[in-house]
Design a protein around this ligand. Structure first.
Ligand code: GUN
Ligand code: ZN
Length: 428
Protein backbone atom coordinates (compact mmCIF):
# COMPACT_ATOMS: atom_id res chain seq x y z
CA UNK A 1 0.00 0.00 0.00
CA UNK A 2 1.12 3.60 -0.71
CA UNK A 3 0.10 6.44 1.59
CA UNK A 4 0.30 10.18 0.94
CA UNK A 5 -0.37 12.86 3.55
CA UNK A 6 -1.26 16.31 2.16
CA UNK A 7 -4.25 18.57 1.63
CA UNK A 8 -6.65 16.83 -0.77
CA UNK A 9 -9.25 18.47 -3.01
CA UNK A 10 -11.57 16.71 -5.44
CA UNK A 11 -15.12 16.84 -6.77
CA UNK A 12 -17.69 14.17 -6.01
CA UNK A 13 -20.33 15.73 -8.25
CA UNK A 14 -21.09 18.77 -10.41
CA UNK A 15 -21.09 21.74 -8.00
CA UNK A 16 -23.63 23.53 -10.21
CA UNK A 17 -26.12 20.72 -9.68
CA UNK A 18 -25.36 19.26 -6.27
CA UNK A 19 -25.57 22.27 -3.98
CA UNK A 20 -23.95 20.43 -1.09
CA UNK A 21 -21.46 17.63 -0.99
CA UNK A 22 -19.96 18.17 -4.44
CA UNK A 23 -16.66 19.52 -3.11
CA UNK A 24 -14.54 17.28 -0.88
CA UNK A 25 -11.61 19.00 0.84
CA UNK A 26 -9.36 17.63 3.56
CA UNK A 27 -6.92 20.21 4.90
CA UNK A 28 -4.92 17.41 6.52
CA UNK A 29 -5.77 14.50 4.26
CA UNK A 30 -4.59 10.98 3.58
CA UNK A 31 -4.68 9.18 0.24
CA UNK A 32 -4.26 5.40 0.25
CA UNK A 33 -3.40 3.57 -2.97
CA UNK A 34 -3.03 -0.11 -3.72
CA UNK A 35 -2.43 -1.89 -7.02
CA UNK A 36 -2.94 1.33 -8.95
CA UNK A 37 -6.28 2.19 -7.37
CA UNK A 38 -7.46 4.48 -4.62
CA UNK A 39 -8.46 2.46 -1.58
CA UNK A 40 -8.96 5.34 0.83
CA UNK A 41 -9.22 9.12 0.69
CA UNK A 42 -10.20 11.35 3.59
CA UNK A 43 -9.11 13.12 6.74
CA UNK A 44 -5.75 11.96 8.09
CA UNK A 45 -7.14 11.60 11.59
CA UNK A 46 -9.88 9.26 10.36
CA UNK A 47 -7.82 7.11 8.00
CA UNK A 48 -4.55 6.92 9.93
CA UNK A 49 -5.59 3.70 11.74
CA UNK A 50 -5.68 1.98 8.33
CA UNK A 51 -2.04 2.77 7.65
CA UNK A 52 -0.72 -0.33 9.37
CA UNK A 53 2.94 -0.68 8.51
CA UNK A 54 2.64 1.23 5.23
CA UNK A 55 5.28 3.82 4.52
CA UNK A 56 3.84 7.33 4.67
CA UNK A 57 4.95 10.07 2.28
CA UNK A 58 4.56 13.32 4.12
CA UNK A 59 3.63 15.99 1.57
CA UNK A 60 2.23 18.47 4.06
CA UNK A 61 1.99 21.91 2.49
CA UNK A 62 1.13 20.41 -0.91
CA UNK A 63 -2.27 19.86 -2.48
CA UNK A 64 -3.31 16.52 -3.99
CA UNK A 65 -5.92 16.69 -6.77
CA UNK A 66 -7.09 14.21 -9.38
CA UNK A 67 -5.12 14.29 -12.64
CA UNK A 68 -6.48 16.67 -15.25
CA UNK A 69 -8.52 15.50 -18.22
CA UNK A 70 -7.85 17.19 -21.58
CA UNK A 71 -10.86 16.46 -23.79
CA UNK A 72 -9.37 17.90 -26.98
CA UNK A 73 -5.77 18.08 -28.20
CA UNK A 74 -3.80 17.38 -31.41
CA UNK A 75 -0.60 15.41 -31.02
CA UNK A 76 0.87 16.27 -34.48
CA UNK A 77 0.48 20.00 -33.80
CA UNK A 78 3.14 20.31 -31.10
CA UNK A 79 5.40 22.16 -33.52
CA UNK A 80 2.81 24.67 -34.76
CA UNK A 81 1.83 25.95 -31.35
CA UNK A 82 2.03 29.77 -31.37
CA UNK A 83 2.00 30.16 -35.18
CA UNK A 84 1.05 33.64 -36.36
CA UNK A 85 -1.69 34.11 -38.92
CA UNK A 86 -5.34 34.45 -39.72
CA UNK A 87 -8.30 32.40 -38.55
CA UNK A 88 -9.06 28.69 -38.65
CA UNK A 89 -9.11 27.79 -42.36
CA UNK A 90 -5.99 29.83 -43.21
CA UNK A 91 -4.20 28.57 -40.10
CA UNK A 92 -4.92 24.98 -41.15
CA UNK A 93 -3.55 25.52 -44.65
CA UNK A 94 -0.56 27.68 -43.76
CA UNK A 95 0.73 25.95 -40.65
CA UNK A 96 -1.12 22.84 -39.63
CA UNK A 97 -1.36 20.72 -42.75
CA UNK A 98 2.36 21.08 -43.59
CA UNK A 99 3.31 20.11 -40.02
CA UNK A 100 0.99 17.10 -40.01
CA UNK A 101 2.40 15.84 -43.32
CA UNK A 102 5.64 15.02 -41.48
CA UNK A 103 3.83 12.33 -39.45
CA UNK A 104 3.96 9.87 -42.32
CA UNK A 105 7.46 9.18 -40.94
CA UNK A 106 7.26 6.65 -38.06
CA UNK A 107 10.45 7.97 -36.45
CA UNK A 108 9.18 11.54 -36.35
CA UNK A 109 5.85 10.25 -35.03
CA UNK A 110 7.52 8.21 -32.27
CA UNK A 111 9.84 11.03 -31.18
CA UNK A 112 7.00 13.53 -31.08
CA UNK A 113 4.68 11.10 -29.28
CA UNK A 114 7.19 10.71 -26.45
CA UNK A 115 7.65 14.48 -26.17
CA UNK A 116 3.89 15.06 -26.33
CA UNK A 117 3.03 12.61 -23.54
CA UNK A 118 5.83 13.85 -21.31
CA UNK A 119 4.56 17.38 -21.82
CA UNK A 120 1.04 16.30 -20.82
CA UNK A 121 2.40 14.68 -17.64
CA UNK A 122 4.57 17.69 -16.84
CA UNK A 123 1.40 19.78 -16.95
CA UNK A 124 -0.63 17.38 -14.84
CA UNK A 125 -2.78 15.94 -17.60
CA UNK A 126 -3.31 12.25 -16.94
CA UNK A 127 -6.00 11.52 -19.54
CA UNK A 128 -6.50 13.06 -22.97
CA UNK A 129 -8.67 12.59 -26.03
CA UNK A 130 -6.21 13.07 -28.86
CA UNK A 131 -6.28 13.68 -32.61
CA UNK A 132 -3.56 11.91 -34.59
CA UNK A 133 -2.64 12.88 -38.14
CA UNK A 134 -4.23 11.15 -41.12
CA UNK A 135 -1.43 8.57 -40.99
CA UNK A 136 -2.06 5.31 -39.15
CA UNK A 137 1.60 5.25 -38.01
CA UNK A 138 1.09 8.45 -36.02
CA UNK A 139 -1.56 6.78 -33.88
CA UNK A 140 0.42 3.54 -33.55
CA UNK A 141 3.33 5.64 -32.24
CA UNK A 142 1.17 7.56 -29.78
CA UNK A 143 -0.54 4.43 -28.43
CA UNK A 144 2.80 2.65 -28.03
CA UNK A 145 4.19 5.50 -25.93
CA UNK A 146 0.99 5.83 -23.86
CA UNK A 147 0.93 2.08 -23.26
CA UNK A 148 4.51 2.22 -22.02
CA UNK A 149 3.42 4.87 -19.48
CA UNK A 150 0.22 2.99 -18.52
CA UNK A 151 -1.73 6.14 -19.36
CA UNK A 152 -5.48 6.28 -19.85
CA UNK A 153 -5.58 7.81 -23.29
CA UNK A 154 -8.03 7.86 -26.20
CA UNK A 155 -6.90 8.68 -29.73
CA UNK A 156 -7.71 8.21 -33.38
CA UNK A 157 -6.37 8.85 -36.86
CA UNK A 158 -7.86 11.86 -38.59
CA UNK A 159 -10.26 11.05 -41.41
CA UNK A 160 -9.81 13.45 -44.32
CA UNK A 161 -10.56 12.35 -47.86
CA UNK A 162 -11.04 15.81 -49.38
CA UNK A 163 -10.08 19.49 -49.10
CA UNK A 164 -6.58 18.73 -47.89
CA UNK A 165 -3.20 18.73 -49.66
CA UNK A 166 -1.79 15.66 -51.40
CA UNK A 167 -0.03 13.39 -48.96
CA UNK A 168 -2.52 14.30 -46.30
CA UNK A 169 -5.64 12.57 -47.55
CA UNK A 170 -6.97 9.05 -47.17
CA UNK A 171 -9.84 7.24 -48.90
CA UNK A 172 -12.99 5.60 -47.59
CA UNK A 173 -11.44 2.17 -48.02
CA UNK A 174 -7.95 2.97 -46.68
CA UNK A 175 -9.37 4.74 -43.65
CA UNK A 176 -11.78 1.88 -42.93
CA UNK A 177 -8.90 -0.60 -42.99
CA UNK A 178 -6.65 1.62 -40.88
CA UNK A 179 -9.35 2.10 -38.25
CA UNK A 180 -10.19 -1.58 -38.07
CA UNK A 181 -6.52 -2.42 -37.54
CA UNK A 182 -6.06 0.32 -34.91
CA UNK A 183 -9.15 -0.78 -33.01
CA UNK A 184 -8.05 -4.42 -33.09
CA UNK A 185 -4.50 -3.59 -31.99
CA UNK A 186 -5.12 -0.92 -29.35
CA UNK A 187 -8.71 -0.41 -28.20
CA UNK A 188 -9.01 -1.85 -24.69
CA UNK A 189 -5.28 -2.68 -24.49
CA UNK A 190 -4.02 -1.44 -21.12
CA UNK A 191 -5.89 1.79 -20.52
CA UNK A 192 -6.14 2.82 -24.18
CA UNK A 193 -9.24 3.53 -26.22
CA UNK A 194 -9.90 4.28 -29.86
CA UNK A 195 -11.79 7.30 -31.18
CA UNK A 196 -13.23 7.47 -34.69
CA UNK A 197 -11.92 10.89 -35.75
CA UNK A 198 -13.50 12.62 -38.75
CA UNK A 199 -11.40 15.82 -38.73
CA UNK A 200 -14.38 18.02 -39.51
CA UNK A 201 -17.20 17.94 -42.03
CA UNK A 202 -15.26 20.00 -44.58
CA UNK A 203 -12.50 17.37 -44.80
CA UNK A 204 -14.77 14.32 -45.10
CA UNK A 205 -16.98 13.15 -47.98
CA UNK A 206 -20.49 11.88 -47.34
CA UNK A 207 -19.21 8.38 -48.02
CA UNK A 208 -16.43 8.70 -45.45
CA UNK A 209 -18.78 10.05 -42.77
CA UNK A 210 -21.19 7.19 -43.51
CA UNK A 211 -18.33 4.69 -43.14
CA UNK A 212 -17.33 6.32 -39.83
CA UNK A 213 -20.91 5.81 -38.64
CA UNK A 214 -20.74 2.13 -39.65
CA UNK A 215 -17.55 1.58 -37.67
CA UNK A 216 -19.16 3.19 -34.61
CA UNK A 217 -22.25 1.01 -34.98
CA UNK A 218 -19.99 -2.06 -35.09
CA UNK A 219 -18.05 -0.89 -32.00
CA UNK A 220 -20.44 0.74 -29.52
CA UNK A 221 -17.73 1.29 -26.90
CA UNK A 222 -15.40 3.17 -29.26
CA UNK A 223 -15.34 6.98 -28.99
CA UNK A 224 -16.02 9.64 -31.65
CA UNK A 225 -14.30 13.04 -31.80
CA UNK A 226 -14.57 15.88 -34.28
CA UNK A 227 -14.80 19.67 -34.57
CA UNK A 228 -18.15 21.47 -34.59
CA UNK A 229 -19.23 25.05 -35.12
CA UNK A 230 -15.89 26.67 -34.39
CA UNK A 231 -15.51 29.47 -36.92
CA UNK A 232 -18.00 31.48 -39.00
CA UNK A 233 -16.27 30.81 -42.35
CA UNK A 234 -16.06 27.11 -41.54
CA UNK A 235 -19.77 27.05 -40.68
CA UNK A 236 -20.67 28.73 -43.98
CA UNK A 237 -18.53 26.33 -46.01
CA UNK A 238 -20.04 23.35 -44.20
CA UNK A 239 -23.55 24.53 -45.02
CA UNK A 240 -22.51 24.82 -48.69
CA UNK A 241 -21.06 21.29 -48.76
CA UNK A 242 -24.02 19.68 -46.96
CA UNK A 243 -27.13 21.44 -48.32
CA UNK A 244 -29.47 18.73 -47.07
CA UNK A 245 -28.40 18.98 -43.45
CA UNK A 246 -30.58 21.00 -41.11
CA UNK A 247 -27.52 22.56 -39.46
CA UNK A 248 -23.87 21.74 -38.69
CA UNK A 249 -24.69 19.29 -35.89
CA UNK A 250 -27.12 17.51 -38.19
CA UNK A 251 -24.29 16.80 -40.66
CA UNK A 252 -22.78 14.49 -38.05
CA UNK A 253 -26.08 13.26 -36.62
CA UNK A 254 -27.36 12.05 -40.01
CA UNK A 255 -24.36 9.72 -40.26
CA UNK A 256 -24.73 8.24 -36.77
CA UNK A 257 -21.87 10.23 -35.27
CA UNK A 258 -23.86 11.82 -32.44
CA UNK A 259 -24.18 9.44 -29.52
CA UNK A 260 -22.81 8.60 -26.08
CA UNK A 261 -19.00 8.91 -26.24
CA UNK A 262 -19.13 11.54 -29.01
CA UNK A 263 -17.04 14.61 -28.18
CA UNK A 264 -17.40 17.78 -30.23
CA UNK A 265 -14.65 20.39 -29.94
CA UNK A 266 -15.48 24.10 -29.77
CA UNK A 267 -19.27 24.50 -30.45
CA UNK A 268 -18.65 28.24 -30.12
CA UNK A 269 -21.59 29.23 -32.31
CA UNK A 270 -24.08 26.53 -31.33
CA UNK A 271 -27.52 27.64 -30.19
CA UNK A 272 -30.16 26.27 -27.81
CA UNK A 273 -31.83 23.77 -30.13
CA UNK A 274 -28.53 22.19 -31.17
CA UNK A 275 -27.33 22.00 -27.54
CA UNK A 276 -30.61 20.28 -26.65
CA UNK A 277 -30.22 17.67 -29.40
CA UNK A 278 -26.58 17.17 -28.47
CA UNK A 279 -27.49 16.60 -24.82
CA UNK A 280 -30.43 14.34 -25.62
CA UNK A 281 -28.21 11.93 -27.54
CA UNK A 282 -25.49 11.87 -24.89
CA UNK A 283 -22.84 13.86 -26.77
CA UNK A 284 -20.29 16.08 -25.04
CA UNK A 285 -18.49 19.34 -25.81
CA UNK A 286 -14.81 20.21 -25.39
CA UNK A 287 -14.49 23.86 -24.34
CA UNK A 288 -11.16 25.15 -25.70
CA UNK A 289 -10.77 28.74 -24.50
CA UNK A 290 -7.14 29.41 -25.45
CA UNK A 291 -7.72 28.10 -28.97
CA UNK A 292 -10.99 29.96 -29.41
CA UNK A 293 -9.25 33.18 -28.42
CA UNK A 294 -6.05 32.52 -30.37
CA UNK A 295 -7.85 31.81 -33.65
CA UNK A 296 -10.45 34.50 -32.97
CA UNK A 297 -13.20 31.90 -33.17
CA UNK A 298 -15.42 33.36 -30.45
CA UNK A 299 -16.65 33.01 -26.89
CA UNK A 300 -18.09 29.61 -26.00
CA UNK A 301 -21.47 29.92 -24.21
CA UNK A 302 -20.63 27.60 -21.32
CA UNK A 303 -23.62 28.52 -19.17
CA UNK A 304 -26.04 27.97 -22.02
CA UNK A 305 -24.52 24.59 -22.89
CA UNK A 306 -24.72 23.49 -19.26
CA UNK A 307 -28.27 24.78 -18.90
CA UNK A 308 -29.31 22.36 -21.65
CA UNK A 309 -27.65 19.46 -19.82
CA UNK A 310 -24.72 19.14 -22.22
CA UNK A 311 -21.67 17.41 -20.74
CA UNK A 312 -18.69 19.75 -21.02
CA UNK A 313 -14.98 19.12 -20.56
CA UNK A 314 -11.94 21.36 -20.97
CA UNK A 315 -9.66 21.07 -23.99
CA UNK A 316 -6.31 22.73 -24.61
CA UNK A 317 -6.59 22.16 -28.39
CA UNK A 318 -2.84 22.43 -28.83
CA UNK A 319 -1.62 23.60 -31.43
CA UNK A 320 -4.38 26.19 -31.98
CA UNK A 321 -4.50 26.27 -28.19
CA UNK A 322 -1.55 28.07 -26.67
CA UNK A 323 -0.74 25.94 -23.63
CA UNK A 324 -0.62 22.32 -22.45
CA UNK A 325 -1.56 23.52 -18.98
CA UNK A 326 -5.13 22.80 -17.95
CA UNK A 327 -4.67 25.15 -14.97
CA UNK A 328 -3.78 27.99 -17.30
CA UNK A 329 -6.65 27.00 -19.59
CA UNK A 330 -9.06 27.35 -16.66
CA UNK A 331 -7.79 30.87 -16.10
CA UNK A 332 -8.59 31.67 -19.74
CA UNK A 333 -12.01 30.01 -19.41
CA UNK A 334 -12.73 32.44 -16.62
CA UNK A 335 -11.81 35.39 -18.85
CA UNK A 336 -14.09 34.10 -21.61
CA UNK A 337 -16.86 33.95 -19.02
CA UNK A 338 -16.13 37.53 -18.01
CA UNK A 339 -16.52 38.70 -21.61
CA UNK A 340 -19.91 36.94 -21.69
CA UNK A 341 -20.98 38.28 -18.31
CA UNK A 342 -20.79 34.86 -16.62
CA UNK A 343 -18.07 34.49 -14.00
CA UNK A 344 -16.93 30.86 -13.87
CA UNK A 345 -16.94 29.53 -10.31
CA UNK A 346 -13.54 28.07 -9.27
CA UNK A 347 -15.00 24.75 -8.11
CA UNK A 348 -16.94 24.52 -11.37
CA UNK A 349 -13.65 25.10 -13.18
CA UNK A 350 -11.93 22.28 -11.28
CA UNK A 351 -14.95 20.08 -11.99
CA UNK A 352 -14.62 20.72 -15.75
CA UNK A 353 -10.95 19.80 -15.56
CA UNK A 354 -11.48 16.55 -13.63
CA UNK A 355 -14.80 14.78 -13.01
CA UNK A 356 -16.64 16.82 -15.67
CA UNK A 357 -14.02 15.85 -18.23
CA UNK A 358 -14.26 12.22 -17.11
CA UNK A 359 -18.05 12.36 -17.55
CA UNK A 360 -17.66 13.96 -20.99
CA UNK A 361 -15.50 10.95 -21.93
CA UNK A 362 -17.83 8.46 -20.21
CA UNK A 363 -14.92 7.43 -17.99
CA UNK A 364 -16.23 8.65 -14.64
CA UNK A 365 -16.47 5.09 -13.33
CA UNK A 366 -12.66 4.93 -13.65
CA UNK A 367 -11.19 8.43 -13.25
CA UNK A 368 -12.15 12.03 -12.42
CA UNK A 369 -11.82 12.00 -8.64
CA UNK A 370 -10.15 10.11 -5.80
CA UNK A 371 -13.10 8.06 -4.60
CA UNK A 372 -12.12 4.54 -3.50
CA UNK A 373 -12.04 2.19 -6.46
CA UNK A 374 -10.96 4.84 -8.96
CA UNK A 375 -7.67 4.53 -10.82
CA UNK A 376 -4.98 6.40 -8.88
CA UNK A 377 -4.22 9.15 -11.40
CA UNK A 378 -3.38 12.14 -9.24
CA UNK A 379 -1.22 15.23 -8.87
CA UNK A 380 0.85 16.74 -6.12
CA UNK A 381 0.61 20.51 -6.53
CA UNK A 382 3.19 22.88 -5.07
CA UNK A 383 1.31 25.82 -3.61
CA UNK A 384 4.55 27.78 -3.32
CA UNK A 385 5.78 27.07 -6.85
CA UNK A 386 6.68 30.71 -7.48
CA UNK A 387 7.23 33.59 -5.06
CA UNK A 388 4.09 35.30 -6.33
CA UNK A 389 1.89 32.20 -6.02
CA UNK A 390 3.27 31.50 -2.53
CA UNK A 391 2.54 35.08 -1.47
CA UNK A 392 -0.93 35.21 -3.00
CA UNK A 393 -2.05 31.84 -1.60
CA UNK A 394 -0.65 32.59 1.84
CA UNK A 395 -2.87 35.64 1.85
CA UNK A 396 -5.79 33.63 0.46
CA UNK A 397 -9.11 34.15 2.17
CA UNK A 398 -10.87 30.87 1.51
CA UNK A 399 -10.46 27.60 -0.34
CA UNK A 400 -12.43 29.03 -3.28
CA UNK A 401 -10.20 32.10 -3.35
CA UNK A 402 -6.99 30.04 -3.26
CA UNK A 403 -8.23 27.65 -5.94
CA UNK A 404 -9.25 30.57 -8.12
CA UNK A 405 -5.84 32.23 -7.77
CA UNK A 406 -4.22 28.90 -8.62
CA UNK A 407 -6.15 28.69 -11.90
CA UNK A 408 -5.29 32.27 -12.84
CA UNK A 409 -1.62 32.22 -11.80
CA UNK A 410 -0.75 28.53 -12.01
CA UNK A 411 0.62 26.40 -14.83
CA UNK A 412 3.16 23.58 -15.23
CA UNK A 413 5.35 25.12 -12.51
CA UNK A 414 2.73 24.17 -9.93
CA UNK A 415 2.74 20.47 -10.85
CA UNK A 416 5.34 18.92 -8.54
CA UNK A 417 4.47 15.29 -9.29
CA UNK A 418 2.14 13.35 -11.58
CA UNK A 419 1.04 9.79 -10.78
CA UNK A 420 -0.53 7.35 -13.24
CA UNK A 421 -2.22 4.34 -11.66
CA UNK A 422 -0.21 4.91 -8.51
CA UNK A 423 3.15 5.16 -10.29
CA UNK A 424 5.06 8.46 -10.25
CA UNK A 425 5.57 9.44 -13.90
CA UNK A 426 6.70 13.05 -13.46
CA UNK A 427 8.56 14.87 -10.72
CA UNK A 428 9.66 18.47 -11.05
N1 GUN B 1 -10.95 22.08 -37.49
C1 GUN B 1 -10.47 21.12 -38.32
N2 GUN B 1 -9.21 20.80 -38.01
C2 GUN B 1 -8.88 21.56 -36.96
C3 GUN B 1 -7.69 21.68 -36.17
O1 GUN B 1 -6.69 21.02 -36.40
N3 GUN B 1 -7.73 22.59 -35.16
C4 GUN B 1 -8.82 23.33 -34.88
N4 GUN B 1 -8.79 24.18 -33.87
N5 GUN B 1 -9.94 23.24 -35.60
C5 GUN B 1 -9.96 22.37 -36.62
ZN1 ZN C 1 -8.93 20.81 -32.51
Amino acid sequence: MQAFRASILHLLDDPAKAAEGAVAFHEDGLLLVEDGRVIGCGAYAELAPWLGGAELEDLTGHLITPGFVDTHIHFPQVDVIAAHGKQLLDWLEQHTFPAEAAFADPKHAADTAAFFLDELLRNGTTTALVFGSVHKVSVDALFAEAYARDMRLIAGKSLMDRNAPDGLTDTVESSREDMQALIADWHGKGRLGYAVTPRFAISCSDAQLAMAGEILAEHPDVWMQTHLSENLHEIKETARLFPKAKDYLDVYDRFGLLRQRSVFAHCVHLKGDAFRRLAAKGGAVAFCPTSNLFLGSGLFPLEEACSHGVKVGIGTDVGAGTTFSILHTLGEAYKVGQLRGDALDPFQALYLATLGGARALDLDDKIGNLAPGKEADFLVLDLAATPLIARRLAGGKSLADKLFALTVLGDDRVVARTYLAGVERWRR
